[in-house]
Write a protein that binds this ligand. Structure first.
Ligand code: FMN
Length: 326
C-alpha cells in the first residue's frame, strides 16, 4: 500500500472512531431502566408503537406485548418530561384501547397487575383531557388519487441551483412544507428529526462555505435547511445507522413537499471530516446528539435556466432478482 493509501485508511479509522464515540455517548445504548428526558420519550414512542401495531394485527393473541406494556408503564410512571406532549397522550390512549379490548376476567396475574397500574397512570395523565388519537383507526383504501398529477409532480422535479432572491420566503410557508413532509414513514414513528433552517441570504452563504458542493451558487441561496437526526432516540448497537436512513427519507419528503409548494430545491451532501462537522455544529449551536444528515438549499426558482441533464439508467438496471437457492 502506498503512503497515501495508509494515510487514507488512518483518516477513515479516526472518522469511524469519532462516530463511535458520538453514538456511544448520546444514543440510547445503555440499559432501558436508567434513562430519562428525551431518551425516555424515544423509548416511550417505540414501545407504544409496538402496541399500536399489535392492535392492528387481525389475529392477535390475548395479552400480546405484555412485556412492552409493563416497560411502557414503568417509563410513563417515571417520565419527568412534558406530560402534555402529543406522543405521551397517544401512548395513554393506546394503552386504554389495549386494556379495553381485553375481557374483565380470566387473565394472568401479570396482566391484572398491569391493568391496575394503568388506572394509577390515568390519575396522572387524565384521560378526559386527551385530545389526540392513538391505538388504531380504520383505514379504507382510497381510490387512486389523481395519478397524472402525482406522476407529473414527481417527474418534473429537478435540482435547482439558480434561485430568484427577489421573492422572499415566509416562515409560514416553511411550516406548510413540513405539514406535508412529516407524513413520510419513520422507524417506530419516532420522527427523530430536527431541521435547522435559515431564510437569510448572507447567513446561508456563510454556512455553505463549509459545504463542498455549493461553491458556484452559495452566494444566492434564499432558504437553507440542515437536516439532523436526533441520536438520543436511537436504541442499541443495531440502530447505529438509523439516523442516516430517517434523515434520508425526510430529505426526499422535504424535497417533494417543497416542489408541491412551488419551491425549488437542491439537496446538498454533508460528506465532511469530523472537524468540519464540528465547525458547523459550533457555528449553528447544534448539539452533538443532532447528527447532520444533509442540507437543502431552497427558494423560488428563476423561471428559465439550464440544469444538468442528470440522466438515469434503465429501470431494469436497478433491479436484481432474489433467488435464495439459485
Ligand atoms: C445525497 C445527495 C447529495 C447531493 N449533494 C449535492 C451537492 O453537494 N451539490 C449539488 O449541487 N447537488 C447535490 N445533489 C444533487 C444531485 O446532483 C442531483 O440530485 C442529481 O444530479 C440528479 O438530478 P436531479 O435532482 O435534478 O434529478 C445531491 C443529491 C443528493 C441526493
Amino acid at each position: 500500500m502506498t503512503l497515501f493509501g495508509i494515510k487514507k485508511n488512518i483518516r477513515l479509522l479516526i472518522s469511524y472512531l469519532h462516530d463511535f464515540h458520538v453514538y456511544k455517548t448520546v444514543s440510547l445504548i445503555n440499559s432501558h431502566q436508567d434513562v430519562n428526558g428525551v431518551h425516555s420519550l424515544g423509548l416511550i414512542i417505540r414501545l407504544y408503537h409496538t402496541i399500536e401495531k399489535g392492535l392492528s394485527i387481525r389475529e392477535r393473541k390475548l395479552e400480546f406485548a405484555l412485556a412492552n406494556v409493563k416497560l411502557l408503564q414503568d417509563k410513563l410512571l417515571s417520565y419527568d418530561g412534558d406530560k402534555s406532549e402529543a406522543h405521551i397522550k397517544s401512548a395513554i390512549v393506546t394503552l386504554a384501547m389495549y386494556f379495553n379490548e381485553h375481557p374483565d376476567s380470566g387473565l394472568s396475574e401479570n396482566f391484572t397487575k398491569e391493568r391496575e397500574r394503568f388506572y394509577k397512570l390515568t390519575n396522572t395523565y387524565k384521560l378526559d383531557n386527551i385530545n389526540v388519537g392513538g391505538g388504531v383507526k380504520e383505514h379504507v383504501e382510497t381510490k387512486r388519487l389523481d395519478n397524472e398529477f402525482a406522476l407529473k409532480l414527481v417527474s418534473s422535479r429537478k435540482s435547482i441551483r439558480d434561485f430568484d432572491n427577489s421573492k422572499s420566503i415566509e416562515f409560514e410557508e416553511l411550516v406548510k412544507v413540513i405539514d406535508v413532509a412529516k407524513m413520510c414513514p419513520s422507524a417506530c414513528n419516532r420522527h427523530a428529526v430536527k431541521i435547522y433552517h435559515s431564510l437569510d441570504l448572507e447567513q446561508n452563504e456563510k454556512i455553505l462555505e463549509l459545504q463542498n458542493g455549493s461553491r458556484t451558487f452559495r452566494h444566492n441561496v434564499p432558504g437553507l435547511m440542515v437536516i439532523t437526526s436526533d441520536l438520543r432516540y436511537q436504541e442499541g448497537v443495531e440502530e447505529r445507522n438509523l439516523g442516516y436512513i430517517e434523515g434520508g427519507i425526510w430529505l426526499m419528503s422535504l424535497v417533494n413537499s417543497l416542489h408541491l409548494h412551488n419551491l425549488s430545491s437542491c439537496v446538498l451532501n454533508w460528506c465532511v471530516s469530523p472537524k468540519v462537522d464540528r465547525d458547523l455544529k459550533y457555528l449553528l449551536s447544534i448539539p452533538s446528539y443532532h447528527q447532520v444528515v444533509g442540507l437543502i438549499a431552497f427558494g423560488y426558482s428563476n423561471p428559465v435556466q439550464n440544469v444538468p441533464y442528470s440522466i438515469r439508467s434503465n429501470s431494469e438496471e436497478f433491479l436484481i432478482k432474489i433467488n435464495i437457492n439459485g
